[in-house]
Design a protein around this ligand. Structure first.
Ligand code: HEC
Length: 143
């Protein structure tokens, strides 16, 4: 009887350790994406959107509009890969400018950049996976 109890306690302890390590794998992936994303943002986006995500007056929209980024979450890969033009409303302001395409970025780099911007500047949306980028990019032209 005592042995059974010990075995049970041991199993529970193992399960707890196992679950915790799963959790930290996910956290590690998030941290890796966010950190690489920050570097890629500085290289590819910051010149226009600025280090605080504030954009530039009426020319470059800000990345601080958490609702816009949430609503358009599945379009972000297409925006980054293919650029954007036409009229959009961000933070209550209308922009009708042109964002150039960045079509040499790999899917994982796009995922890292999106993980960074959707968890900075007041946004908090968690990890954006590479698989999600690949799936969203398949649908770019059908919207
Ligand atoms: C040459 C300047 C420029 C660069 C570089 C640039 N953007 Fe943009 N971005 C713009 C402009 C201008 C718009 C608005 C386009 C329009 O009016 O249709 C825009 C729109 C956006 C939008 C949608 C509106 C918003 O503010 O949420 C997102 C998201 C975005 N850019 C993210 C990025 C990311 C991420 C990068 C780097 C991979 C990047 N941009 C690089 C100029 C730029």
């Amino acid at each position: 009887m005592k042995n059974k109890l010990l075995l049970l306690a041991f199993s529970i302890a193992c399960a707890v350790v196992f679950l915790n390590s799963c959790q930290s794998d996910k956290e590690l992936e998030y941290i890796k994406y966010y950190t690489n994303g920050k570097l890629l943002y500085e290289e590819h986006c910051q010149n226009c959107h600025s280090s605080t995500g504030a954009g530039l007056s009426m020319l470059i929209p800000p990345l601080t509009d958490t609702l816009f980024l949430k609503k358009n979450r599945s379009k972000l890969p297409c925006i980054i890969k293919n650029g954007l033009n036409g009229s959009i409303t961000v933070s209550g302001r209308v922009f009708n400018e042109q964002m150039p395409a960045d079509d040499h970025l790999a899917d994982i780099e796009i995922a890292e950049i999106i993980t960074y911007i959707t968890n900075s500047f007041g946004n908090k949306q968690g990890l954006f996976s590479t698989a999600q980028v690949s799936a969203d990019l398949q649908k770019c032209n059908s919207r």
